[in-house]
Design a protein around this ligand. Structure first.
Ligand code: SAH
Ligand code: SF4
Ligand code: F3S
Length: 440
């Protein structure tokens, strides 16, 4: 029996790529293995956005050496973003001779062919295309079980934020054709999915490369018409490209959820400029205000980085101050990490690790206080919750998400998985809300 096990690192885009890799493997006769130990093919779909992600891959590869020794027929592959970096594929092949194949983000569609080549070759098979590649359609997708389905709308990124490796490993921005997206979403509705998440590094630049007047707002309007889909989400949007047309489209939509994830990165206009983000602190706060005007119950979340080169105490206090003003529902916080090959890696004024650690701790403390306060504001509201299943942490409780994307836990009987239920919020914690069903 040919079986596979895929271990994924990184963002939702990578998670979804793993679903495509799984689909391709199943199309050529592989079945999912119960565990990595039982698999005949193990794929590591990697991330390199920060060094910690890479270190996890290196240590896992070290541990897999023994499994390969015990089972020489095992095929080990490394793919995704990491090998797209200069010299990385060769480095992996050299350091880990038990790796059978290394392939990049532009080569995923070649997986069946690469597997054939592995059986004929004694060396590590390497296939890394660089530059910008087109969009491949029609791959089988094996989605993870769940109530929501991911749908890619754009590949790559053109923004070149000076700290970020993504544009180097994912290539230039390419949008899928609207018709292909709509037919995939219609197919998902037919399979019973109620929620879709549109994926791209910068979803609101959708259509710029397609010509005509195609844009993200009109794509959302088209998808609104797909029967059976009740909720539409998207990841990630860039504050610079989030215009009023888009806010109004979302405000007027029944299906596009009131969750705005708008990575701010920093609160100092000086740092934002060096980061090449294309907006100032004032632009960003103005955008938040506009969203709250059109969508009063918006859940607004963000990504923030501390310790970018040159960030001084005044810059950091601008970040803290922006966090106080914006009152995010929650935030992913990161310590800036040097990525070789990016412009920021060469910049002067690299911030010492201790300073970065102090800053992130202060930031997390502030944001946690605000997150809890924001969650408390939800108590007493009636909300629609899409039920995902039973909570793993709290036995006997069901878990789902409200339209704002917050986790809600509540007592409920029967098989409500995949159903949208009305819940009254009765309590608030830092990372979830509690509630009770008021009507099913
Ligand atoms: N395309 C998305 C997210 C890309 S990566 C966007 O533009 O928002 C996800 C997050 O990782 C980023 O928002 C950023 O906060 C963080 N990140 C990216 N590069 C980083 C680096 N070199 N060090 C630390 N954090 C980084
Ligand atoms: Fe990276 Fe910036 Fe592109 Fe996001 S928009 S993937 S942070 S370069
Ligand atoms: Fe990581 Fe690649 Fe995503 S670098 S964050 S997996 S695009």
């Amino acid at each position: 029996m040919k079986s596979y096990h895929i271990i994924t690192f990184g963002c939702q885009m990578n998670e979804h790529d793993s679903e495509v890799l799984a689909g391709m493997l199943e199309a050529v006769g592989y079945t999912p293995a119960d565990s990595a130990d039982a698999a005949s093919v193990i794929l590591l779909n990697t991330c390199c956005v920060r060094e910690t992600a890479e270190n996890k891959v290196f240590s896992l590869l070290g541990r897999l050496r023994r499994q390969k020794l015990e089972n020489p027929d095992l095929i080990i592959g490394v793919c995704g973003c990491m090998p797209q970096q200069e010299n990385m594929a060769a480095r992996i092949a050299q350091l880990f001779s038990h790796v059978d194949m290394v392939f990049g983000t532009h080569n995923a569609h070649q997986l069946p062919e690469l597997l054939n080549r592995v059986s004929e070759s004694r060396k590590t098979v390497q296939e890394i295309w660089t530059g910008s590649r087109g969009v491949y359609e029609g791959h089988p997708v094996k989605r993870k079980e769940g109530v929501r389905a991911w749908v890619t709308i754009t590949y790559g990124c053109n923004n070149f934020c000076t700290y970020c490796i993504v544009p180097f490993v994912r290539g230039r921005e390419r949008s899928r054709n609207k018709e292909d997206i709509i037919s995939e979403v219609a197919g998902l509705a037919g399979e019973g999915y109620k929620e879709i998440v549109l994926l791209g590094q910068n979803v609101n630049s959708y259509g710029k490369d397609l010509g005509g007047n195609q844009d993200f707002a009109s794509l959302l309007q088209c998808l609104e018409g797909v029967n059976g889909i009740e909720r539409i989400r998207y990841m990630t949007s860039h504050p610079r490209d989030f215009n009023e047309k888009l806010i109004k489209t979302i405000a007027g939509s029944k299906k596009v959820c009131e969750h705005f994830h708008l990575p701010v990165q920093a609160g100092s206009s000086r740092i934002l400029k060096i980061m090449n983000r294309g907006y100032t602190r004032e632009n960003y706060l103005g955008l938040i205000e506009k969203i709250r005007t059109f969508v009063p119950q918006a859940n607004i979340t963000t990504d923030i980085m501390v310790g970018f080169p040159g960030e001084d105490e005044d810059d950091f206090s601008d970040t803290m101050d922006l966090v106080r003003q914006a009152r995010f529902d929650s935030a992913y916080t990161f310590i800036y990490n040097t990525r070789p090959g990016t412009p920021a890696a060469e910049m002067e004024g690299q911030v010492p690790e201790e300073v970065k650690k102090d800053r992130i701790q202060a930031l997390i403390k502030l944001q946690n206080k605000i997150s809890l306060e924001k969650n408390m504001e939800e108590v007493g509201r009636r909300q629609e919750v899409l039920v995902e299943g039973e909570s793993r942490k709290e036995a006997g409780l069901l878990l789902g998400r409200n339209r704002g994307n917050k986790i809600v836990m509540f007592a409920g009987g029967g098989d409500l998985r995949g159903e949208i239920v009305k819940v009254r919020i009765t309590g608030a914690q830092l990372a979830h809300l509690s509630g009770e069903i008021v009507e099913t």
